[in-house]
Design a protein around this ligand. Sequence first.
Ligand SMILES: Nc1ncnc2c1ncn2[C@@H]1O[C@H](COP(=O)(O)OP(=O)(O)O)[C@@H](O)[C@H]1O
Ligand SMILES: Cc1ncc(COP(=O)(O)OP(=O)(O)O)c(N)n1
Length: 275
Amino acid sequence: MNQIKSALTIAGTDPTGGAGIHADLKTFQEREVFGMSVITSAVAQNTMGVQAVEHMPIAFIEEQLKSVFDDIVPDAIKTGMVSSVDMMQLIATYIKDRPSVPYILDPVMVATSGDALMEEASREVLKDELLPLAKVVTPNVPEAEILINSKIETIDDMKRAARLIVDGKGATSAVVKGGHLGEDVTDVFYDGHEMVLLSGERYETNHTHGTGCTFAAAITAELAKGTELKQAVELAKEFVSAALQYPLGIGKGNGPTNHWGYRLKGLPNQKGSDM
Ligand SMILES: Nc1ncnc2c1ncn2[C@@H]1O[C@H](COP(=O)(O)OP(=O)(O)O)[C@@H](O)[C@H]1O
Ligand SMILES: Cc1ncc(COP(=O)(O)OP(=O)(O)O)c(N)n1
């Protein structure tokens, strides 16, 4: 029997289930990977915004990491909301200790509602300590602008950002996501050799809560299964597109995406069959 693959998300919570840890675990499950989680911050939020945040004490985040790594070493690790410098430095030690485990960095900074999810003081540590460890980093346009300290308005700007993040800052690859760039939802993938444009249809929906988490979690699940990097990113794009194409219609604000949307579309699951 093949050993089931596992993935770990290190991130914040969303009690309404659309973003953060919850979106990640739902995505891991849909991609047939065993999902595990370490909580950095408990966030009282919903589809309308963030109401309150409680950060976990550093010692307790470390206890959670130890609980996981003493027992089940994940086949891929994703980070999402990591607010403080101390959290980043702690997590970096665990990632450095396991260089063969792919690390997916979703540099979550601000929720769509405009609420800050990362302290500004952490930006430089994210760039200097987490970015170079990442197999893939998945900034949206506002996050990429912060990573490269420059405005992004066109696909060419996105390509320049991807180059700076990989060639300049040391990530193995980057996907600069285009959901915030006008009509186009083209994402730009760059791995130091190849620049690939991932285009897709833009769906007219306000059910976009947790889109970035879902996309990065799908990449994480694929890398845990050993899928080749470019194909993992392409499959994740198809997965998130389907999650937006078949909205669930719940929530008073920006509703959650549909994590089983790809099943409605008949995209391949782990076994390559149509569901
Ligand atoms: N309305 C939409 N229709 C189709 N795809 C979208 C839409 N909005 C975002 N996407 C896709 O969802 C993923 C997340 O993108 P983005 O919204 O830029 O990130 P974030 O959720 O982190 O802000 C990307 O693959 C992007 O192309
Ligand atoms: C706990 C937590 N983590 C991340 C986010 C941001 O989610 P994202 O997928 O980038 O998109 P929006 O939810 O902001 O549309 C979050 N809200 N909460």
